[in-house]
Write a protein that binds this ligand. Structure first.
Ligand code: DGY
Length: 438
C-alpha cells in the first residue's frame, strides 16, 4: 500500500511537470532553464508516461521536430525567446527553425522510448509513436557514429562540456584548462547567477572557455567535421558513450519489434565496435571505473566521477566496478556523490563536483541492478527517495546534509520520483514501501 507521504509526493511531482509544461515541451526549471533541453526532455517524458501517455510521446516528438537535416538533435531548442537565459538563440545563431543550439547531449531518447513502450497501457498508440520516431532515432544514432567517430574506432567524441550534461565535472578541468579564452570574446552577462547561488554553479573561468568554444563553433558554421577537427576540447566522455551503447541496444530492440532488419544489423555493428573499444579505452585497470579520455593529449583523465558507473547501464560493469560503487556510496551520508568525498576535487555544493543528482542515480541504479550490484542499487534508490522527500524536487543535493540545491521545481527530479521511486512492485517487492523513505 502506498503511504500518505508518498501519495502527496506523487501529486506534487505531477504538479511540477504540469507547471513546467509550455505546451508540447517541458522546461527543466522555470527561470533557470526556460527552454527545451534534450536529455531533460526525454527523461521527463518517463514521468509524464506515468500519468499521461499521449503527453509523454508528444514531449519526445516535439524534441525530434527540431532535429537537424544531418540527424543531429540539438541540446537546447529555443521554442520562444527568453531574456532570462544566457546564451540564448541570438548567441548560438545556428539559423535553424525552430531555433536551437549547435551541439548535442547524451542520447537517452531511444532508451526512454523503449521504457515507455514496455510500460504503455495504450500499446497501440505507443507502437504508432515508436514507428514514427524510429527513423529519427536511427538518424540521430547514425549521426553520432558518423560525425563523432569518423574513423569507426568504437567511441564517440564530445566537443563541449555542455554536451556531456555534466558541465563542470572535474573530468573536464584539464582539457578545459587547455582552451585559451578568445581575446575577442564578446562581453557577456551570466543569467544563471540571478537564479542560483554562485557557489553552486560553474566559475567565470569555466564560462569564458564554454563561450570561447561556442564562438569557435559559430565561426565554423557548426560543420560537424570541422568541429571535431578544430575544437581544442575533444574528449571521450564515459557518460555519453555508455548512454549511447545502452541506447543502441534499446534501439536494436525497437528495430526488432518493428521488423526493421537492415537497421537492426547496422545497429549491431555499432554495438560490437563499442563493446570492443570502450572497456579498453576507458576502464581503470584497478577499479574498473570508467574514466574520460582526452583525445587532444591522448591520455586517460585521472578524475574520478560518478559518470564512470554508467558502464553498468551500458551492460559492461563487472564485480570490481560493483566493489568500487559499494565503497563510494559509503563516503557520504547520501549516495551517490558525483565525486567521492575526500577527493581533492570534491565540492559538496557545486553542481557536478560533489552533489547527488537524482537523474544520475536513476541511470546508474538501474544499470547496477541489471548487472547484479543490487545492494548499491537499492541504496541509490532509497537515498534518492529520502533526498526528494526531505528537500523537494530540487536539481541536486548536498550529499552530506541532504540540502536541496540548484534549480527548484525541477522537471527530471519529479520524473525520477514518478518513474523510479513511486513504483511499488516494479523494481522491488510490493511490500517494502516504507524502505525508501527511511
Ligand atoms: C547551462 O546553461 O547551465 C546548461 O548546462 C548548458 O546546457
Amino acid at each position: 500500500m502506498t503511504p500518505p507521504a508518498a501519495e502527496s509526493l506523487r501529486e506534487r511531482a505531477i504538479a511540477v511537470l504540469r507547471a513546467n509544461d509550455r505546451g508540447g515541451y517541458t522546461v527543466p526549471s522555470a527561470g533557470l532553464y526556460p527552454f527545451q533541453w534534450n536529455w531533460d526532455s526525454c527523461l521527463v517524458a518517463l514521468g509524464w508516461a506515468c500519468f499521461d501517455e499521449p503527453r509523454a510521446w508528444q514531449e519526445i516528438e516535439t524534441l525530434f521536430a527540431a532535429q537537424w537535416p544531418d540527424g543531429m538533435v540539438p541540446h537546447i531548442v529555443f521554442h520562444r525567446d527568453d531574456p532570462g537565459y544566457f546564451p540564448g538563440p541570438a548567441v548560438w545563431a545556428t539559423g535553424r527553425r525552430p531555433a536551437s543550439s549547435g551541439i548535442t547531449q547524451p542520447p537517452v531518447a531511444a532508451s526512454c522510448v523503449r521504457w515507455m513502450l514496455e510500460r504503455a497501457v495504450d500499446r497501440e498508440a505507443a507502437l504508432a509513436a515508436v514507428a514514427r520516431l524510429f527513423p529519427r532515432l536511427l538518424a540521430w544514432h547514425a549521426w553520432f557514429h558518423r560525425a563523432r567517430d569518423p574513423e569507426e574506432r568504437g567511441f564517440v567524441a564530445t566537443v563541449h562540456p555542455w554536451e556531456t550534461g555534466m558541465d563542470n565535472s572535474p573530468a573536464w578541468d584539464a582539457p578545459l584548462a587547455a582552451v585559451v579564452p578568445a581575446p575577442d570574446l564578446a562581453p557577456y552577462e551570466r543569467r544563471d547567477l540571478a537564479h542560483v547561488d554562485a557557489a553552486q554553479r560553474p566559475t567565470r573561468a569555466e564560462y569564458d572557455r564554454y563561450m570561447t568554444l561556442v564562438q569557435l563553433f559559430r565561426e565554423l558554421a557548426y560543420d560537424p567535421a570541422e568541429m571535431v577537427a578544430r575544437s581544442p576540447f575533444l574528449v571521450v566522455d564515459p557518460g555519453t558513450n555508455a548512454i549511447l551503447l545502452r541506447a543502441d541496444r534499446d534501439l536494436a530492440q525497437l528495430a526488432r519489434i518493428l521488423g526493421e532488419k537492415e537497421a537492426e544489423a547496422r545497429i549491431g555493428i555499432w554495438i560490437a565496435r563499442a563493446e570492443a573499444a570502450l572497456p579498453r579505452l576507458l576502464a581503470d585497470p584497478e577499479s574498473g571505473l570508467w574514466h574520460a579520455f582526452d583525445l587532444r593529449r591522448e591520455c586517460r583523465i585521472p578524475a574520478r566521477t560518478h559518470a564512470g558507473f554508467l558502464a553498468f547501464l551500458a551492460g559492461l560493469g563487472d564485480a570490481r566496478l560493483a566493489a568500487t560503487l559499494d565503497h563510494w556510496v559509503d563516503t557520504t551520508r547520501y549516495a551517490l556523490s558525483s565525486v567521492p568525498a575526500g577527493d581533492p576535487a570534491f565540492d559538496r555544493r557545486r553542481y557536478w563536483r560533489g552533489p547527488v543528482w537524482p537523474v544520475a542515480n536513476l541511470l546508474i541504479g538501474r544499470g547496477a541492478q541489471e548487472r547484479g550490484a543490487e545492494k548499491a542499487a537499492r541504496r541509490l534508490r532509497r537515498d534518492t527517495a529520502a533526498l526528494i522527500a526531505g528537500g523537494g524536487f530540487r536539481e541536486y543535493f548536498d550529499p552530506l546534509s541532504g540540502e536541496g540545491l540548484g534549480g527548484a521545481c525541477f522537471g527530471w527530479t519529479a520524473a525520477v520520483w514518478l518513474a523510479w521511486i513511486d513504483q511499488p512492485g516494479r523494481d522491488r517487492g510490493p511490500d517494502d514501501w516504507s524502505d525508501p523513505l527511511k
